[in-house]
Design a protein around this ligand. Structure first.
Ligand code: ACM
Length: 497
């Protein structure tokens, strides 16, 4: 008995650059082996990751073999070779014929991305009943693929509600399947400080002790944060830590009276209004504090970026804000990191390496590109994953509007802002703010099914993104989400049958 999977053209998200469906099938069975190049540990991880996903979807527990010589037919081969004529480190080729499944890249990152494409081909297989099958027929296909943008991010706000290490790891695994390569963690805000800073321990002792609604809050020890960084790195995802300043700082101000201009610590804050707090930009101790925090966070962060927020500093003198951000930029750069800030930072004089994070105001972004800065696109009316789908959505907010699946899919970064061009854009990011998000099931419900669409905007050529075709592919992903018990919103725009 055999089972035939759906054609790849009806499954893969993000849609590949080139996909040619061919006649015939590869027969995947219990005897199929996974071969991978023995040259490095990254590939060892990727082979095991593939084995794990094949097992969890099909029940087949395939053997893995490490070798430099692939002669035997009938298997899955992860191949590192310099024949993928594309300088992009994430590019890969995937070819399925009667004889073999070949995933080929110049390097380990591309192999990992290609493996995600193959795993998705198994998504529509219904459930463990498939175990009765002697083999699974996977339609032959030739895929060549690489990303449109180098930055494809998701942001999780762990400040308003705290999410522990296991939740973050679960999120990393979900976003890896869609070829995201950045996880931005919004680590500090008025309601909580979530990363241990050894030189300022009260930040977490006091500032980490609560959250929106008054719950217990929490924080990552440095060891736990390092564990998250490593877990993400194995999946070729860079953790981008955000320490928001000078506003959104009540948790820090409540922890240390000396950081306040009047020397008096405010109460901890568990509401959801914004824009009332500010570091004291006239006090030198503020800069000592920032230097210590950025130094410790930079030491924990192998990635190139530190996000310093800079948004909604309504309680900060606007002239002093400009100088403040320039000083912060120096501190970040002196730790060998590139500074990222929300769009408001373009009021300051920025170094060309600094990155502008768009969320609402085009004028700020245009001021940034005039200074030579690149832009991450997170238009709140399209990709703020905390916005409700419609007026009946239980969770979320609606200040940027209601965002149905089609709204978050049908837009293009390079035509979003007049005067902003493809070359100015580093990529896209989908933020999830957590005023109303209490647990992982809530996270799932807001991210799915919108998030795969953002992944596709970030990866796929614009002309390949066709809503009517995307709807079919998304529906096939729904079959997998059902199988793994993911709590996704059953948008009426999609036929989930
Ligand atoms: C933001 O939504 N305050 C960046």
């Amino acid at each position: 008995m055999n089972i035939v999977t759906t054609a790849s053209s009806d499954i893969i998200i993000p849609v590949p650059v080139s996909l040619v469906q061919k006649k015939g099938f590869f027969n995947l069975n219990r005897e199929t082996k996974i071969y991978y190049p023995s040259s490095n540990l990254d590939n060892d991880f990727t082979a095991r990751y593939l084995q794990h996903h094949i097992k969890s979807i099909t029940g087949y527990d395939l053997q893995i073999l490490s070798t430099e010589n692939f002669y035997e037919k009938g298997n899955i081969y992860l191949i590192l070779q310099n024949e993928v004529a594309n300088s992009n480190p994430e590019s890969y080729e995937l070819s399925i014929t009667e004889n073999s499944i070949n995933i080929i890249s110049d390097n380990s990152e591309g192999l990992f991305r290609g493996v995600q494409t193959f795993i998705q081909m198994l998504f529509p297989l219904k459930n463990k009943i498939d175990l009765a099958a002697n083999y699974i027929q996977i339609p032959n296909v030739e895929i060549k693929d690489y990303p449109r943008f180098q930055w494809r991010g998701v942001m999780l706000d762990v400040a308003r509600h705290f999410f522990g290490v296991n939740d973050v790891k679960k999120l990393i695994d979900l976003i890896a399947l869609y070829k995201f390569n950045r996880l931005h963690l919004h680590l500090t805000d008025d309601q909580g400080w979530r990363i241990q800073i050894n030189s300022w321990p009260k930040l977490t002792e006091i500032g980490g002790s609560t959250q929106v609604g008054g719950g217990a809050g929490g924080f990552y020890t440095q060891k736990e944060f390092a564990e998250i960084v490593e877990y993400a790195k194995k999946r070729f995802i860079t953790i981008v830590p955000e320490i928001d300043m000078p506003g959104h700082t009540n948790a820090a101000l409540a922890s240390y009276p000396e950081l306040n201009c009047d020397g008096v610590a405010p109460e901890l804050y568990t509401g959801i209004k914004v824009g009332f707090s500010s570091l004291c930009i006239d006090k030198e101790i503020t800069y000592d504090f920032i230097k210590d925090v950025i130094r410790e966070v930079a030491e924990l962060t192998p990635g190139s970026y530190i996000h310093i927020g800079g948004d909604e500093a309504h309680a900060t003198d606007s002239v002093k804000y400009i100088k403040f951000m320039e000083r912060v930029q120096e501190i970040v750069n002196s730790n060998n990191k590139k500074m990222i800030g929300w769009e408001e930072i373009t009021q300051s004089k920025l170094n060309p390496t600094s990155i502008v994070h768009y969320w609402r105001k085009a004028d700020y972004v245009l001021a940034g590109i005039k200074q030579g800065n690149k832009v991450i696109m997170s238009p709140s009316s399209k990709v703020y994953m905390d916005m409700k789908y419609n007026p009946n959505t239980e969770l979320g907010l609606n200040w940027a509007g209601y965002i149905e699946v089609s709204d978050s899919y049908n837009w293009d970064p390079s035509t979003q802002i007049n005067g902003l061009n493809e070359k100015d854009i580093l990529g896209v990011e989908a933020p999830l703010w957590t005023e109303t998000i209490l647990n992982f099931s809530d996270i799932e419900c807001m991210l799915f099914p919108r998030l795969p669409g953002v992944a596709e905007i970030g990866w796929s050529p614009n002309e390949k993104r066709i809503w009517d075709e995307y709807k079919i592919r998304l529906s096939n992903h729904g079959k997998y989400w059902e199988k793994i018990g993911l709590n996704f919103y059953k948008s009426p725009q999609i036929n989930w049958e």
